[in-house]
Design a protein around this ligand. Sequence first.
Ligand SMILES: Nc1ncnc2c1ncn2[C@@H]1O[C@H](COP(=O)(O)OP(=O)(O)O)[C@@H](O)[C@H]1O
Ligand SMILES: O=P(O)(O)OC[C@H]1O[C@H](OP(=O)(O)OP(=O)(O)O)[C@H](O)[C@@H]1O
Length: 185
Amino acid sequence: MIYLIGPSGSGKDSLLDAARAPLADRGCRMVRRVITRSAEAVGEAAHGVSAQRFAEMEAQGAFALSWHANGLAYGIPREIDDWLAAGQDVLVNGSRGHLPATRRRYPDLLVLLLTVDQAVLRQRLLARGRESVAEIEARLARNARFSERVLAAHDPAVRVIDNSGPLEHTVDRLLACIDGQSECA
Ligand SMILES: Nc1ncnc2c1ncn2[C@@H]1O[C@H](COP(=O)(O)OP(=O)(O)O)[C@@H](O)[C@H]1O
Ligand SMILES: O=P(O)(O)OC[C@H]1O[C@H](OP(=O)(O)OP(=O)(O)O)[C@H](O)[C@@H]1O
């Protein structure tokens, strides 16, 4: 279980998109998240559902993991447990806030923390143009709290990947982490 986390706008979706082919070559599976975001919203190719549908799916046990953040609900389909049981690597676009609960369920997980300079992050969120300025400010405030908390734990199972530079470099570091090479730290 590989759990990619980082602030909204740090580049998780871009990185997963850019790394899709080399990850598939490595047999690493990715799953489409279920999000209570309107289906037409720009960004991740997530499965958009209503809040009511999300609650129904959650009650039916459709999710291996689920959390609420940024005024939205996020679910990771339970099919990842079949893939993990079959011995496959699974890479999940996760939540820093949900990390303790994720670790309780998947104690051996590898955590990849994507970081980006706060000023660059602000620019990227504004340029992405998906949220209002007020929503962007709320995400920046959440970022300041959560990444520091994860870093402060000095956890050897957490690898930090910086995405302040070109995306191709970040893809290389992601693949190095997954290949178990030391230069990902
Ligand atoms: N290395 C990078 N250099 C320049 N722009 C980037 C880079 N990584 C991501 N972006 C841009 O930053 C914005 C946020 O990235 P996104 O992948 O949506 O982040 P997240 O999924 O973490 O919220 C997008 O507009 C994306 O194109
Ligand atoms: O606990 P946190 O680490 O702050 O994460 C909370 C949520 O925010 C991010 O999603 P977001 O709505 O920003 O979608 P995005 O990843 O596509 O930007 C992240 O992917 C999590 O699902």
